[in-house]
Design a protein around this ligand. Structure first.
Ligand code: DX5
Ligand code: ZN
Length: 220
């Protein structure tokens, strides 16, 4: 699946910017609070409006402190998938259950420096694992190939039947990097600048999907 990130879109025209990628699978919405990350973006009111403006499933990526308190509200607002950071969470299992009870998929995200291994058990309660391929906070950063072993490890766990997860990568995904991520085992690809800085965002989505599909050689 391809999930364009509206972080790179024109925030004054979010409805139209969503429409420009109506061939995408999810619309990735980066919520930043200027505490967990040094940047500030948008929150619940914008997510509620976006949900009305587009039929694309909203993939909310919460880069915020205290997700235990705030994450279920994004599910109630209509998000299809709500991902929060393990580094910020007090009780990831309880929060995942609250997200699911509110009708969304639950996602857990790990920053580049956060290991995967300690969370393999907790991930049984989740639908999505988001492996950050840049430091969270800003679009347009360079892809960190050194985190791909975590994607590979997660893919092994899923293929062995120990976990059932979407494996999502976020940060620096472009024509030149998506194949490496797909080959490592990712199946959801967030792309901000590679989609919205392209002349035709819809075409960019198609091109990324074709490249990823061709490189997904891990399928059972
Ligand atoms: C960064 C965000 C990303 C960002 C990716 O913290 O989580 O979703 O939009 O942007 P690109 O694809 O430009 O790296
Ligand atoms: Zn993101």
């Amino acid at each position: 699946m391809i999930a364009p990130s509206i972080l790179s879109a024109d925030f004054a025209r979010l409805g139209e910017e969503a429409e420009a990628v109506d061939n995408a699978d999810w619309l990735h919405v980066d919520v930043m609070d200027a505490h967990f990350v040094p940047n500030l973006t948008l929150g619940l009111p914008v997510v509620k409006s976006l949900h009305k403006a587009t039929s694309l499933p909203l993939d909310c990526h919460l880069m915020i402190d205290d997700p235990d308190r705030w994450a279920p509200g994004y599910a109630e607002a209509g998000a299809a998938n709500v991902t929060f950071h393990v580094e910020a969470a007090r009780d990831p299992v309880q929060t995942a259950r609250a997200i699911r009870a509110a009708g969304a998929l639950a996602g857990l995200s790990i920053k580049p420096g956060t290991p995967l291994e300690p969370y393999l058990d907790v991930l049984k309660e989740f639908d999505t694992l988001l492996v950050m391929t840049v430091e969270p906070g800003f679009g347009g950063q360079a892809f960190m190939a050194e985190v791909l072993p975590k994607v590979r490890r997660a893919r092994q766990e899923v293929n062995a039947g120990h976990l059932r997860l979407f494996i999502e990568v976020d940060g620096g995904i472009a024509d030149s990097t998506i194949e490496a991520a797909a080959e490592a085992g990712a199946d959801v690809f967030v792309a901000g600048s590679a989609v919205y800085d392209a002349g035709d965002p819809g075409k960019a989505v198609e091109a990324l999907r074709a490249k990823a599909r061709a490189a997904m050689n891990w399928q059972q």
